[in-house]
Design a binder for this molecule. Structure first.
Ligand code: HGY
Ligand code: MN
Ligand code: MN
Length: 414
């Protein structure tokens, strides 16, 4: 069985993981930032070294394409993920899947075999959604889920629009989003959760992905003197925000459904030690694999905010992202399971707690994901880790699945 070049893949993961570190060594490559540009430039250099055609679309999605010979305009097998990161990130989230996709294509390209259809790898713009909402934006535009102009007009947490920033870093590409219609899409990713490690299983065949609801809540109270204002006369936006946090946490923790709730950002104004906050701005991330449950959680939060408003504060809510749960393509999931067992690896079916580009591309092509374990289930953290052997095993499963789909596998079907 052919195998990937493990050292090349592991070396590239580490080399990309070194790009975008601050003076304290923290890794941050927010979408369309200067550090994102550095990561993009490195990846494009590797695509060119591999002799792939490089295409960048108007939302900055980067594609490396191996056309192959005489496959008469067949739709390509697309492998993808992202290379933008959260703040103070690990080195595997997204990057592993993009670099493994490049590795798989390079390995197949040097095998001397010719694919029955083109192979392509994509690095989608702004998967994380930390600077610009919604997340999975580049793949959502690729799938036609949002108009490219609306996405380019998205205003970042630091003021500029995505379109301005992509132009500034030189990645406002010329290809129309969606120019590449995939035959099938496969994404390899770290699990970012505890299941595979806890069960001692090396491969996850991901068959579904939970629903996501992102909101920004602005609470307006009345600034006043911290020392002279009696408690009964306060309209304290900070206190109200704290009650939202505890309401969400306690409700999700007490729920017997797998609902998760997170307030990841909060800002108080005027943010002074002796001033009762006049304003609090916070974001809410709600997720559940069941759409009805997710809607019920959103409704419960809305009702709680109404009760707060009755106490004399003003609450405004802005929707930042909303994606229903996704079921991936069973045939692709079976290909993943078959590839794992052919290599003697145990796999298990599972759902994804995290959002991924695959959930967007699943709108336009059969799609599924391959997971490998995350140490301690940790991600979106510098403590994110997956063992080299697990990374290599996952990449070889991706190799086998893609080879099969491109008629280059042992079974030779396309
Ligand atoms: O939020 C997510 O699940 C993904 O990392 N963007
Ligand atoms: Mn990711
Ligand atoms: Mn992520």
């Amino acid at each position: 069985m052919i195998a990937i070049d493990a050292q090349r893949l592991l070396g590239r993961i580490r080399e990309l993981g070194a790009v975008g570190r601050d003076a304290e060594g923290r890794l941050t490559r927010l979408a369309a930032s200067d550090t994102d540009k550095l990561g993009r430039d490195l990846f494009v250099g590797w695509l060119r070294q591999a002799g792939l055609d490089v295409a960048v679309d108007r939302i900055g999605n980067i594609f490396g394409i191996w056309q192959g010979a005489d496959n008469n305009g067949q739709a390509p097998v697309l492998i993808g993920s992202h290379i933008d990161t959260v703040i103070d990130a690990g080195i595997y989230d997204g990057c592993y899947g993009v670099l493994a996709g490049l590795e798989v294509i390079e390995t197949l390209k040097s095998s001397g075999l010719s694919p029955s259809r083109p192979l392509a790898v994509a690095a989608f713009t702004n998967e994380e959604g930390v600077r610009f909402s919604p997340d999975m934006m580049g793949s959502l535009v690729h799938a036609g889920g949002v108009d490219v102009e609306a996405a380019l007009a998205a205003v970042g947490t630091d003021g500029g629009t995505l379109g301005q920033e992509l132009a500034r870093i030189g990645y406002a590409g010329d290809r129309e989003p969606g120019f590449l219609k995939p035959h099938i899409y496969v994404e390899l990713h770290i699990e970012q959760g505890p299941v595979l490690e806890r069960e001692g299983i090396p491969i996850g065949a991901v068959e579904s992905l939970q629903g996501i609801s992102w909101q920004r809540i602005t609470i307006d109270g009345v600034a006043n003197h911290a020392g002279t204002t009696p408690m009964s006369m306060r309209s304290d936006a900070g206190y109200a925000a704290a009650r939202v946090v505890t309401f969400l946490h306690d409700r999700a923790a007490a729920s017997n459904s797998p609902t998760v709730a997170t307030v990841g950002t909060m800002r108080l104004e005027p943010n002074a030690i002796n001033v009762i906050p006049s304003r609090a701005v916070l974001t809410v991330d709600l997720r559940d694999p069941d759409e009805q449950h997710l809607q019920a959680e959103e409704a419960a939060l809305a009702a709680f905010l109404e009760r707060l408003a009755d106490e004399g504060i003003t609450v405004t809510v802005e929707r930042l992202a909303r994606f229903e749960p996704v079921i991936f393509d069973g045939r692709v999931v079976e290909l993943i399971e078959a590839a794992a067992s052919k290599r003697g690896l145990v796999s298990r079916r599972m759902t994804s707690g995290a959002g991924h580009d695959a959930q967007m591309i699943a709108r336009i092509a059969p799609a599924a994901m391959i997971f490998v374990p995350s140490a301690g289930g940790i991600s979106h953290s510098p403590r994110e880790h997956t063992e080299d052997a697990e990374l290599v095993a996952g990449a070889n499963i991706l190799l086998d699945v893609v080879a099969d789909l491109a008629g280059m596998g042992e079974r030779g079907n396309g």
